[in-house]
Design a protein around this ligand. Structure first.
Ligand code: FAD
Ligand code: FES
Length: 332
């Protein structure tokens, strides 16, 4: 199969025609022509890259149907990060061309300082950078081991501006980054992109519910550090629900104990599918939501594996929270 021409129409009227090579997504094809389309998760989970196909045949790819409902897809909406052309096509982007012509993101090289197994299937990765990364608590960066061409996204669990970055990473069977991590050691080099993402702590005075599945706890650790050090974040009750497979999959317990001691507004509940430790419940963390009598003004933050995020969102909506008040980060 040969390359296919895609015409990208921007809202300022500028059009660019790019060639999509076989197997390339629309976003990847745009890069061939030096255009960086707006993306966030890059895997069909957030909706940031939505665009409108006005002619041509596009394979929509794999994505979360809650970010692109079937009726919108049937009307031509696509997610540029996962969709691939089956024919020549014309695609309307809902932003100006200057936003896509942005220079390549500035990256910096980080040095691994520690690779520490801290729980079943979970590694803590510490990386030293020369320039601390400023970020909104909850955001992530993309990492690329020096010997790899692939980037992967990981949420920072450290405080903004720190020159020691902390990541909690679940090892995935046969995963590229996971395989690298199993042999990584102090001194190895990584390329690190700037902070990204819309899953960050909102500065508002209302109750918050945080639901973390597995390493989905990482962004909440950054958020809770910000709550501890920034008085305007620390104005309302926070309930953190943590879900893990077994007691052996739980991590950062000492840090959580310190945060709980420093933050009287913080309540933590833990559930594991089996083998619950003392004080934890057996089952899914998402099952706890129904019993919380949530205040209707609660802002809900969900982070972890997609099935957990979807179950938690359904439970929060059943408890009376509007969809627009629920922020999700799926670790897909
Ligand atoms: C915004 C964001 C933040 C994230 N933050 C974190 C975090 O803080 N902690 C964390 O643990 N994770 C996080 N993730 C998930 C993380 O980015 C990776 O997706 C995850 O670590 C897996 O990467 P990998 O390279 O090890 O696996 P991949 O190489 O991406 O593989 C994933 C799975 O696909 C399978 N696979 C790979 N290639 C093929 C193929 N050709 N055919 C069939 N199957 C294949 C693998 O066997 C594996 O099971 C985050 C994701 C996002 C989007
Ligand atoms: S960037 Fe495409 S759905 Fe998130």
């Amino acid at each position: 199969m040969s390359s296919l021409p895609l015409t990208l129409l921007f809202s300022d009227g500028v059009a660019h025609t790019v060639n999509a090579e076989p197997g390339q997504t629309v976003a990847q094809a745009a890069v061939n022509a030096g255009l960086t389309l707006l993306t966030d998760c890059s895997n069909g989970q957030c909706g940031t890259c939505v665009a409108q196909c006005v002619s041509g045949d596009i394979d929509p790819g794999d994505y979360d149907p809650s970010v692109l409902p079937d009726d919108e897809r049937d009307d031509g909406a696509i997610l540029c990060c996962v969709s691939k052309a089956r024919s020549a096509a014309v695609i309307e982007l809902p932003y100006d061309s200057c936003e896509a012509s942005a220079p390549q993101e500035e990256t910096q090289t980080g040095t691994v300082t520690a690779v520490t197994p801290i729980a079943s299937e979970i590694i803590r990765l510490d990386v030293k950078v020369a320039n601390g990364i400023e970020f909104l608590p909850g955001q992530y960066v993309r990492l690329r081991p020096n010997e790899s061409s692939e980037w992967r996204s990981y949420s920072m669990a450290n405080a903004s501006g720190d020159t020691n970055l902390v990541f909690y990473i679940r090892l995935v069977t046969d995963g590229q980054f996971s395989s690298w991590l199993t042999t990584a050691k102090a001194g190895d080099l990584l390329e690190i992109g700037p902070s990204r993402g819309t899953f960050f702590l909102r500065n508002e005075s209302r109750p918050r519910l945080f639901v973390a599945g597995g390493t989905g706890l990482a962004p909440f650790l950054a958020m809770l550090q910000a709550v501890r050090t920034t008085p305007e974040f620390n104005t309302a009750p926070i309930h953190l629900l943590i879900g893990g497979r077994t007691a052996g999959h739980l991590f950062a317990q000492e840090e959580l104990a310190r945060l709980q001691r420093d933050l009287p507004n913080l309540q933590i509940s833990v559930a594991t599918e089996s083998d619950p430790p003392p004080g934890a419940q057996q089952g899914y963390a998402t099952d706890l939501i129904a019993g919380l009598s949530l205040d209707k003004s609660t802002r809900v933050y969900l982070c972890g594996p997609p099935p957990m995020v979807d179950a938690a969102r359904a439970a929060a909506m059943k408890a009376g929270i509007r969809k627009s008040e629920i922020l999700c980060e799926r670790f897909a």
